[in-house]
Design a protein around this ligand. Structure first.
Ligand code: 3PG
Length: 394
């Protein structure tokens, strides 16, 4: 794929697909990360003489015009981040889009209305893609976090115009390539979260790619069950025990070492500050549930991290949203942050919960790269081709 360095932008109208699907409370954007991250691409295009026309979705209006999901609500936040005038077009195609583009001076930024207000967007309707393409001369995709969707504004339109990856897309792809494409070994993957069933493809792909796989969170309980260990009232998918055993077998065959908790923090209720105790992983009382990994597990993980050169992380190790069950995730995240700061480890993390957990630990800033993506990061880690990236191929 091309980058902004490879395409002629001077005097061109540049359709720029971004992901500004940001969390909001009322009219306030509560986390501007995704908006802040598109600034380099916008500035680069303008510096090269292009007129920036932003295409984006917001939420899931399912092909209907839903006023609360209008991108017009983000005009102020975009102007603040870009320090430029933003001209809003009340539709992403047709007369009002054309009028907004014509009204914008070079150096202004055009923001077109939510692409998902059109049913053709999610259907990847060629007619909508053609209408979008008619608005510009070049297509730049900077929306890695929406690249797992084969939609008209991510995939369809890309095939109709000269195309390039924006700076954020470029950075995301390079970071993931460094972590899983051709990484410096040993490579550790940390995978946490509640359920094995939602991360089966991920675990299956990782065992053949990484040297160490750390399994944490609720899904570790399923692996304990698979080894005949009783986990009391813990969240566990007992019907997935056979699948978990298959993954363990596949890992052994591939030379990947799986790390499960050796000690766990258990409580009788799932609430902040609940009375708790730390026990061996095979000693969860029948009336208790596992809510975090214990200190011996963290110490063992720290050794694994210290011997690694590359680390990729998706999913928390415990119920990090309620203290004190955030302890293992926080300690492990800080250990990765320290090794990264010392230049000993390349660390890449992604996924909504993961980024919150790393922020909570105060560790995110030290990671080599934090992806803006949730679903797309996961699908990339699963080894799937992302349609929005594939369509950039030249
Ligand atoms: C995201 O928030 O992960 C992306 O914007 C994709 O959103 P979607 O899951 O609604 O396609």
């Amino acid at each position: 794929w091309n980058t902004l360095d490879d395409v002629a932008l001077a005097g061109k109208t540049v359709l720029t697909r971004v992901d500004i699907n940001v969390p909001m409370e009322g009219d306030q954007v509560t986390d501007t990360t995704r908006i802040d991250k598109i600034v380099p691409t916008v500035e680069d295009i303008i510096a090269r003489g292009g007129k920036v026309v932003l295409l984006a979705h917001f939420d899931r209006p399912k092909g209907k015009v839903v006023p609360e999901m209008s991108l017009g609500r983000l005009k102020g936040a975009l102007e603040a981040a870009l320090k430029r005038k933003v001209v809003f077009g009340a539709d992403c195609v047709g007369a009002s889009a054309k009028a907004a583009i014509a009204a914008a001076a070079q150096g202004d930024v055009v923001l077109l209305e939510n692409t998902r207000f059109h049913a053709g967007e999610e259907k990847n309707d060629p007619a909508l893609a053609a209408e979008l393409a008619a608005l510009g001369d070049v297509f730049v995709n900077d929306a890695f976090s929406a690249a797992h969707r084969a939609h008209a504004s991510t995939e369809g339109v890309a095939k109709l115009l000269p195309r390039a990856a924006g700076r954020l897309m470029e950075a995301e792809l390079k970071a993931l390539e460094a972590a899983l494409g051709a990484p410096v070994r040993p490579v550790v993957a940390v995978v946490g979260g509640a359920k094995v069933s939602t991360k089966l493809d991920l675990l299956g792909n990782l065992v053949s790619k990484v040297d160490h796989l750390v399994i944490g969170g609720g899904m570790a309980n399923t692996f304990l069950v698979a080894q005949g260990i009783e986990v009391g009232k813990s969240l566990a998918e007992r019907d997935m025990a056979g699948t978990a055993r298959e993954i363990l077998g596949k890992a052994t065959a591939a030379g990947c070492t799986i790390h499960l908790p050796v000690d766990v923090v258990v409580a009788r209720e799932f609430k902040a500050g609940a009375a708790n105790e730390t026990v061996a992983a095979d000693a969860c009382p029948a009336d208790a549930m596992i809510l975090d990994a214990g200190p011996k597990t963290v110490a063992a993980l720290e050794k694994v991290f210290a011997g690694a050169k590359t680390l990729i992380w998706n999913g928390p190790l415990g119920a990090f949203e309620i203290a004190p069950f955030d302890a293992a995730t926080t300690a492990a995240a800080r250990s990765v942050a320290a090794l990264t700061r010392a230049g000993k480890l390349v660390s890449v993390a992604g996924g909504g919960d993961t980024v919150s957990a790393l922020n909570h630990a105060g560790a995110a800033g030290d990671f080599t790269f934090i992806s803006t993506a949730g679903g797309a990061f996961l699908e990339w880690m699963e080894g799937k081709e992302l349609p929005g990236v594939a369509a950039l191929q030249v």
